[in-house]
Each structure stands twice: as C-alpha cells, then as structure tokens.
Design a protein around this ligand. Structure first.
Ligand code: BTN
Length: 250
C-alpha cells in the first residue's frame, strides 16, 4: 500500500506527489509538507500557505476506473475531508462544488485534483488529490484579500489542533472513501456529498472553462460529478469544471 513522504519544505505537495508518482510510487502514497512556497489552487490560482499552521498533503491515486470518472474524485475527497472537519469542529461543514470546504460560508479547506497525461497506459496513469486545510491560522495570518472569505479550524473552535493527528484522520478518511469509490459506490458517496451541499437551491453564477457565464439555481452535482444549473428561462446547464460563486444581487 502507500508510503508516507514527509517534508519540511516543498514547492508544492502536488508537484512532489506528481514527481514521485512518475517514478512509480504506489496507489495511496501521500506527500505531506510543513510548508510550501508554490502552493497551487484551482484555475491557476495559488494557495496561501502558512508554515506549520495548515495541513498540506497530496495523495497519489491510481484509479481503476475510466478517465471520464476522474472528475468524481474531487467529490470523493470532499466527503472524506468534510467528515473529518465536521467531527473536529463538532458541526457540519458545507461543501461548495467542486472543491471548497466551508465553515459558516467561509473557506477552511480546498481540494485540487490533478491528473497525469491521459494518454499514458492505464497502469502509468494517476491522479493527485491535493488537500489544503487552514488549521491553526489566526485571522492575522491571512492576507487582506482572504480575510472576509477564509477561516481556520482554530478560529472556529478556539483550540489549537494537532496537525499530525488531523493528518492521520484525513489520510485514513481519504483512503476509505477512495476504496468506496473503487468498489463502484459513487452514488452512495454522492448522496452523502449532497448532505453538505452549500449551493443547493441557491441562485448562483458559474464561469465555465471557456469563460462563459451561466446564471441560475444550483440543482447540485449529478451522477457524473458535474454541476446542474437551471436558468430563469428553465434551461438546464451542466458544468464540468469552472469557477462557481453565489450570484451577487443586481
Ligand atoms: C483550491 O481551493 O483552489 C484548491 C487548493 C488546494 C491546496 C492544496 S495545499 C496541498 C496541495 N498542494 C498544492 O500545491 N495544492 C494543494
């Protein structure tokens, strides 16, 4: 099974996991770092890393499923992280499609799934599931632009949380959910995901990867892991990727 690779400092745990995966690391191996100076977020954004105060890890997954199924892994990881964080803060978190974990509407964790080149042979292909959790950050650790949209587990609970213990919980939970997914139980995972759904029934706007704006009510993710939106005119839009935000009222 997987091996744990621990680092004090990296460029990005996702990048290191990718390098290790290219050298043949096993399914389930994980990279964890105390700090990273090129933390990566979705859609080319960066991830704000505070050395020693957050949990930064990336798991190597060698999915035994078709490439079209890979997008579902972000939701699989979302359930794994939501379960653990909800237990730690003793309150149910929300999941904002596809990858944000929220506490009272503020982001405490993000998930970045990155795959290897898809034209590799099935045994060489992999997906890196990168997770960043704001754990012991105080508000003063966040830059001005993140202050109103981010939070940490410490801010919520008032307690300092052991990053080592949290790592063990998150890693175990991830392996458990990945195994569940591998057994073909995505619809079970999806119904659990929907219990955390932050956007369900809300008016929202989505900018898809082509930069096209779609505005409507979120109907939540479907069996493919894509988000369904119903516009005012009643048409349905399926969004496989893109940035999602609550619509700002006119
Ligand atoms: C997002 O919300 O945009 C996804 C953020 C993912 C951040 C984590 S931190 C650990 C791993 N390494 C990275 O470079 N990114 C992910």
């Amino acid at each position: 099974m997987g091996k744990i690779y621990r680092y004090e400092q990296l460029d990005s745990t996702n990048l290191e996991a990718k390098r290790i995966a290219q050298q043949g690391a096993d399914h389930g191996s994980v990279v964890i770092a105390r700090s990273q100076d090129k933390g990566r977020g979705r859609l080319g954004k960066s991830w704000h890393t505070v050395p020693g105060k957050g949990l930064y890890l990336s798991v190597i997954v060698r999915p035994q499923v078709a490439i079209e199924e890979y997008a579902k892994l972000t939701l699989v990881a979302g359930v794994a992280v939501a379960r653990v964080v909800s237990e730690v803060i003793a309150e149910k978190v929300q999941l904002k499609w596809p990858n944000d974990v929220l506490i009272c509407g503020k982001k405490c964790a993000g998930i970045l799934a990155e795959s290897s080149a898809l034209n590799l042979s099935a045994e060489d292909r992999f997906v890196i599931l990168g997770i960043g959790i704001n754990v012991n950050q105080s508000l003063s650790d966040f830059p001005e632009e993140l202050l109103s949209i981010c939070t940490s587990l410490k801010e919520k609970t008032g307690r300092t949380i052991s990053i080592d213990d949290l790592f063990t919980q998150v890693y175990d939970s991830l392996l458990q959910q990945i195994e569940r997914f591998g057994k073909g139980l995505f619809s079970e995972i999806l119904s659990e995901w929907r219990e955390y759904d932050f956007l369900a029934g809300k008016e929202m706007e989505c900018v898809d990867i082509d930069g096209k704006r779609v505005r409507g009510v979120s109907l939540g993710p479907d069996e493919k892991g894509a988000l369904f939106i119903r516009t005012k005119k009643g048409s349905l839009h399926e969004v496989l990727s893109g940035d999602v935000r609550l619509a700002i009222s006119d």
